[in-house]
Design a protein around this ligand. Structure first.
Ligand SMILES: [Mg+2]
Length: 342
């Protein structure tokens, strides 16, 4: 028997419009086994055909089983398959997926950076503080003749109210203490510290708080009323230094720009604040009003040294308290954010 798949016979009964059924069966379109087989052969051919179809069906079932337990999604060469064991990606799908994730990551990163830049621009840059610059330069004695600008009232109020003023004052006084403790005062009481009064020994802060920290025009009547109340408190750090040094044979002299007419109230105020005694209290006499503060104060320091006092240090809230000579080996400038006398 010739197996299926061999070529057609070269016999003369290949095709005819009136071909009988046997002719059809013997047609070259059928396997030769049908052309030449007996009944047994025909049966064998049927089995062969059935076997072929069963194989085909099994193959088809196998493919369909694959589609039942797994699915394939995608387009073109980019696909992924899902079955009961997991997800399988083609290399193209992996590339596409990674590209998508990278693009999303870049977009998110760009958004975050852009948002951060926008927020940074929204934050106001701190403005230069011209009031702080003004007071700093005033303390450095660069602004002689200037008055505290009106717009700086709140700056000074905060400087005082925050406690920074008193801290700065205390640091200056403690620096003086460190220096003076290196000197042993003699038993003769001639080792001397010269002090200014206003904003040095006594604080007029209650007056300045009530009068806008010095930005208001000078009002002599209001000031005289305040002085005559004799209620200015001591600056604690200075009173502490005074008390300690007095116990160690140090002497003190007060030289103030207050007029001689305020002597009694000034003495009363000093005593009430805790300053118990002094070598001398110098106030301006009427004929000294033409002198500058430097000329006036240095004149009396020189007189004290002429009288045999050893001025070791001078302390004051104005540079004019310390200039002009005879102020001792070291001077200590105390802070004053409100007014500047030269
Ligand atoms: Mg003063």
């Amino acid at each position: 028997m010739v197996g299926a798949g061999d070529g057609p016979s070269d016999g003369g009964n290949t095709s005819s419009a009136s071909a009988s059924a046997s002719d059809v069966l013997s047609s070259s379109s059928l396997p030769r086994s049908f052309s030449y087989g007996t009944d047994d052969g025909l049966e064998a051919g049927r089995q062969s055909l059935l076997g072929s179809r069963m194989n085909s069906t099994n193959s088809l079932l196998g493919s369909r089983r694959g589609s039942v337990y797994g699915s394939r999604y995608g387009f073109g060469n980019a696909y992924f398959e899902v079955d009961d064991l997991g997800v399988y990606l083609s290399s193209v799908a992996v590339t596409v997926l990674m590209a998508c994730m990278a693009t999303i990551g870049i977009i998110l990163f760009t958004l975050v950076v852009t948002l951060a830049v926008m927020l940074g621009k929204c934050q106001k840059a701190p403005l230069p503080n011209t009031c702080a610059s003004f007071t700093l330069n005033a303390e450095m004695n660069n602004l002689q003749g200037y008055l505290l600008p009106q717009e700086c009232e709140s700056f000074v109020a905060n400087y005082v109210g925050s406690g920074q003023y008193h801290t700065d004052f205390t640091v200056a006084v403690e620096a003086a203490r460190s220096y003076l403790t290196t000197i042993e005062a003699g038993d003769d009481g001639r080792d001397l510290v010269v002090l200014d009064i206003d904003e040095t020994a006594l604080s007029n802060m209650p007056y300045y708080i009530a009068n806008h920290y010095g930005v208001d025009a000078w009002n002599e009547t209001l000031w005289d009323d305040w002085v005559n109340n004799a209620s200015a408190p001591a600056l604690d750090a200075m009173l502490s230094l005074y008390t300690d040094l007095r116990a160690q044979n140090w002497s003190f002299a007060f030289i103030t720009g207050r007029p001689e007419s305020q002597r009694e109230k000034t003495e009363q105020n000093l005593a009430a604040a805790g300053y118990s005694d002094w070598v001398t209290l110098v106030l301006r006499s009427p004929d000294e009003h033409t002198l500058t503060a430097v000329e006036y104060k240095s004149k009396y320091r020189k007189m004290l040294e002429s009288d045999g006092y050893r001025i070791r240090s001078s302390m004051g809230d104005q540079w004019s308290d310390l200039s002009g000579g005879n102020a001792g080996d070291r001077t200590f400038k105390l802070p004053n954010p409100m007014y500047y006398i030269y």
